[in-house]
Design a protein around this ligand. Structure first.
Ligand code: 4NP
Length: 166
């Protein structure tokens, strides 16, 4: 089982979108028994809140329902997840600030590292912008999630073949 955690600032826009888009792709591929997803925010402002309505409306246009409620990222998430996907560099730094000796550094990646079509380095924060910003987040995350899914499938088959060899 591969456990993925998506992290943004508030856990009401970008990371719940990534989580639910990824779940959508996992269901499409019938991989629900092999990959699980969760999301969290580095800040606590919105803990307990559902995803932002504007974000949910943008996702719904692509037939994706945003489920879940916000929680804050915590140090024990390093132990509980195989891969932690930060939406932007600030999220990345705030996550690694909770890992002062760098024990988990290799588990933390920028979400846009997995983009195949877009060459943006960060998922832009849509919170203070107009509706087009939310649509852009969905498009970018659909691309990054497709790339991430390919990566996870490849990693799983690599680790399965190395287990067979040993
Ligand atoms: P998110 O977006 O990090 O993608 O969930 C934001 C949500 C709330 C705020 C900022 C960004 N805020 O400042 O309250």
């Amino acid at each position: 089982m591969t456990k993925l955690l998506f992290v943004c600032l508030g856990n009401i826009c970008r990371s719940p979108s990534a989580e639910n888009i990824m779940n959508h792709l996992i269901a499409r591929e019938g991989l629900g028994d092999r990959i699980t997803c969760d999301s969290a925010g580095t800040a606590s402002y919105h803990v307990g809140n559902p995803p932002d309505r504007r974000m949910a409306a943008a996702a719904r246009k692509r037939n994706i329902e945003l489920l879940g409620s916000a929680r804050q990222f915590q140090s024990k998430d390093f132990e509980n997840f195989d891969l932690i996907l930060a939406m932007d560099r600030e999220n990345y730094q705030n996550i690694l600030a909770l890992d002062p000796v760098g024990k988990y550094k290799n588990q933390v990646r920028l979400m846009c590292d997995f983009c195949q079509k877009y060459d943006l380095k960060e998922v832009p924060d849509p919170y203070y912008g107009g509706p087009e910003g939310f649509d852009r987040v969905i498009d970018l995350l659909l691309d990054a999630c497709e790339g991430l899914l390919q990566y996870v499938i490849k990693q799983e088959s690599l680790s399965a073949s190395s287990q067979q060899e040993s």
